[in-house]
Ligand binder design. Structure first.
Ligand SMILES: Cc1cc2nc3c(=O)[nH]c(=O)nc-3n(C[C@H](O)[C@H](O)[C@H](O)COP(=O)(O)OP(=O)(O)OC[C@H]3O[C@@H](n4cnc5c(N)ncnc54)[C@H](O)[C@@H]3O)c2cc1C
Length: 376
């Protein structure tokens, strides 16, 4: 074998796994089709360190979000990765009080600490520009620098001898004795073949295609991804101080996203988004926001932050969620699976790693390492 473990995809998840395996003495090569790391979902998101409020108790999303958030807060406190625990309010009106109470109960069951249901007086004290009568405060939610996190993972992987092959796309897979023969295509179209004892598919929105290359029937396995675009609008600097925390609307049941929310980045800039629109599963995806949505975004946010007007908004970027849940379908969890049962020993699929994948990344990496180590 040329390599012990090959990881497909240099997004935050693939890089977290490379770092985790390096710390356990496993040598890795990451194959990435772009010229740089983190060009897809990992650089087109809200950069929110989620506390773990939304996901059903016992799900991988809940468990790995809470564990990942704990690790990232520690990395922030140690000065290894820029993290700001600015907190978050989930804002609602009197009709949404029960939704907020249910969210509080669910989050507490997930082990999220420090949550508080707030009435109008407390909200006015914390965020005087918010027009909400009820809110859930999550002080353990924050923001982080996703590029710095990926650089941190890369450095840890490199210190353990890990390597990244950029502009190298996986195009073919053949199971062989003791591993896999991987066909890759380089920037000039030339093919290169390598043999790897184990393969981790962390290919984001293309993870179902990579699983199919390995011979998996993705529909029978439930691995088909339904890409879902989220657009962002930036706001004028005059708006940036309207709030000092992240502000999300109360969740609406059955929605594909968390609702258009107010995010702040590490430089204090405010942006709004993302919305959720399922798109055709044909790459390349449009990674710019649709300017025609400006009025809709302003209307959605003005419900709880009336100080924003349409003229304050400018279209910015968009991100593509690798959703397993198709339009109108109910909750789907992350898939993190070793595929011996499908006749693919040593093949690991990570499919549907949408939000909170950035937050959960260090915990996802530990989960993969645990699966690799086998039953304790
Ligand atoms: C709009 C939006 C907002 C979000 N907000 C948050 C948030 O605030 N907080 C949070 O925790 N999470 C958030 N997320 C989720 C988070 O961004 C993702 O879960 C995370 O970035 C997934 O990382 P990844 O490495 O799995 O995927 P990606 O970053 O997409 O990386 C996959 C990589 O695989 C490569 N690849 C694919 N196929 C091949 C191939 N055949 N050969 C070689 N390389 C290949 C791609 O080029 C890509 O670089 C958000 C996501 C979106 C879309």
């Amino acid at each position: 074998m040329d390599v012990d473990t090959t990881i497909i995809g240099a997004g935050v998840v693939g890089l977290a796994i490379a770092a985790e395996l390096a710390s356990r003495g496993v040598s890795t090569v990451v194959l990435e089709r772009h010229a740089r790391f983190g060009q897809e979902a990992s650089s087109h998101n809200s950069e929110v360190l989620h506390a773990g409020l939304y996901y059903p108790a016992g799900s991988l999303k809940a468990r790995l979000c809470v564990e990942g958030a704990r690790i990232l807060r520690r990395l922030g406190a140690e000065g290894r990765v820029p993290v700001q625990l600015i907190g978050k309010l989930v804002a609602g009106d009197r009709h949404q009080r029960e939704i907020l109470e249910a969210l509080h109960a669910r989050a507490s069951a997930n082990g999220v600490e420090g949550l508080r249901l707030l009435a109008r007086r407390d909200i006015e004290r914390l965020e005087p520009n918010l027009a909400s009568t009820h809110a859930l405060l999550s002080p353990g939610t924050g923001i982080l620098d996703s590029h710095a996190l990926m650089r941190y993972y890369l450095a840890r992987a490199a210190s353990g001898g890990g390597d990244v092959a950029y502009r190298t796309e996986l195009v073919g897979v053949e199971p062989i004795r003791g591993g896999y023969r991987l066909d890759t295509r380089g920037p000039d179209g030339s093919l290169f073949r390598l043999e790897s004892a184990r393969v981790v598919n962390a290919a984001g929105v293309a993870a179902h295609r990579v699983a199919a290359l390995a011979g998996i029937d993705i529909d029978a396995a439930g691995y088909r991804i339904h890409p879902c675009k989220g657009d962002y609008f930036s706001t004028r600097p005059a708006c940036w101080n309207l709030v000092s925390r992240l502000v999300y609307p109360a969740p609406s049941p059955g929605s594909a996203g968390l609702g258009i929310h107010v995010t702040l980045d590490m430089a204090g800039r405010m942006r709004l988004g993302p919305d959720a629109t399922y798109v055709d599963d044909r790459e390349p995806f449009a990674l710019m926001a649709d300017p025609s949505k400006r009025a809709r975004f302003a209307k959605a946010v003005r419900r709880y932050l009336p100080g924003i007007v349409e003229d304050d908004l400018a279209p910015e970027f968009a991100g593509i969620r690798p959703k397993l849940q198709g339009p109108g379908e109910t909750f789907r969890d992350f898939v993190i699976a070793e595929e011996t049962a499908r006749g693919l020993p040593g093949w690991f699929n990570l499919v549907g790693i949408e939000s909170p994948g950035l937050t959960a990344s260090p915990a996802i990496a530990r989960e993969v390492a645990r699966l690799m180590a086998g039953p304790a």
